[in-house]
Design a protein around this ligand. Structure first.
Ligand SMILES: CC(C)(COP(=O)(O)OP(=O)(O)OC[C@H]1O[C@@H](n2cnc3c(N)ncnc32)[C@H](O)[C@@H]1O)[C@@H](O)C(=O)NCCC(=O)NCCS
Ligand SMILES: Nc1ncnc2c1ncn2[C@@H]1O[C@H](COP(=O)(O)OP(=O)(O)OP(=O)(O)O)[C@@H](O)[C@H]1O
Length: 220
């Protein structure tokens, strides 16, 4: 039996525009607490923050706007076409994103919650799934991802492909997933899968102290 102080972090990941935010919003509507890595990533680079200072030093004033905020489009153009530059940016941002995430998780735990979802694009790339309780992967076919990212971000086909290619292939993420959500269909079809997984997590956390599915838990 789990203790009253059970607290687990469930990762939510998938490629760009696969539907992570869409799934996270559905989970939140059902009552889940969410930590969004993209939101943290934006906060830590606000003017004057240590990560902003480091980015300015590494990439120069060309990636800043007149008001000193980060020119995300300009920085995106630099890092998505250049692996080394991307690694440099990640070495500045990722440790700080991780730290803020842990602080938020502790806060949510102290409010009496027993689980939280960590929504982040690069969980598997960074090996973070190794120390999370369990992992949900949102899957969408490559052409669906490209179409959705082009529409949402008003991006060219080439830019969309470049971003997709900066991430690990979906199959490698699915290989380490506890739950896979197929988000190629309608939002209603996705919602049905989300509701089922939410119930499984609630039940698992309450009765076994883990968000992993019961059958998988039995195998391990
Ligand atoms: C390069 C930046 C400025 C571009 O900003 P922009 O507003 O155009 O994109 P946004 O931040 O909304 O990211 C959109 C999506 O791009 C993908 N993405 C972002 N950073 C990366 C990366 N380093 N590697 C691969 N994919 C990435 C993710 O799927 C993300 O959800 C920004 O993405 C950034 O600061 N990236 C580094 C921080 C990071 O790794 N964030 C990812 C979540 S941990
Ligand atoms: N099942 C669906 N049917 C139609 N459109 C969808 C569906 N799921 C998501 N979308 C749309 O596709 C786009 C990408 O979805 P979303 O923003 O949830 O992806 P994401 O994985 O969070 O993206 P990112 O990695 O860029 O943060 C959004 O415009 C969203 O409204």
């Amino acid at each position: 039996m789990p203790q009253d102080d059970t607290f687990v972090i469930v990762g939510l990941t998938g490629g760009i525009a696969s539907g992570k935010s869409t799934v996270a919003n559905m989970m939140a509507e059902l009552g889940a607490r969410i930590i969004d890595a993209d939101v943290i990533a934006r906060k830590i680079v606000e003017p004057g923050e240590p990560a902003w200072e480091d980015i300015r030093e590494a990439f120069g004033d060309e990636v800043l706007r007149d008001d000193d905020t980060l020119d995300r489009e300009a920085l995106g153009k630099v890092v998505f076409g250049d692996r080394e530059a991307r690694k440099k940016l990640e070495s500045i941002t990722h440790p700080r994103i991780g730290q803020r995430m842990m602080e938020r998780a502790q806060q949510i735990r102290s409010e009496g919650h027993h689980w939280v979802i960590y929504d982040a694009a690069l969980i598997v790339e960074n090996g973070i799934h190794e120390w999370l309780d369990s992992l949900i992967v949102v899957a969408a076919d490559r052409d669906v991802q490209i179409k959705r990212v082009m529409e949402r971000d008003n991006m060219s086909h080439d830019e969309a492909v470049q971003r997709l290619d900066a991430q690990m292939p979906l199959e490698e993420k699915i290989a380490v997933a506890d739950y896979v959500i197929d988000n190629n269909g309608t939002l209603q079809q996705t919602r049905e899968q989300v509701e089922q997984i939410y119930q499984q997590i609630e039940e698992g956390v309450r009765t076994r102290g883990t968000a992993k599915p019961a059958d998988e838990d039995a195998q391990t």
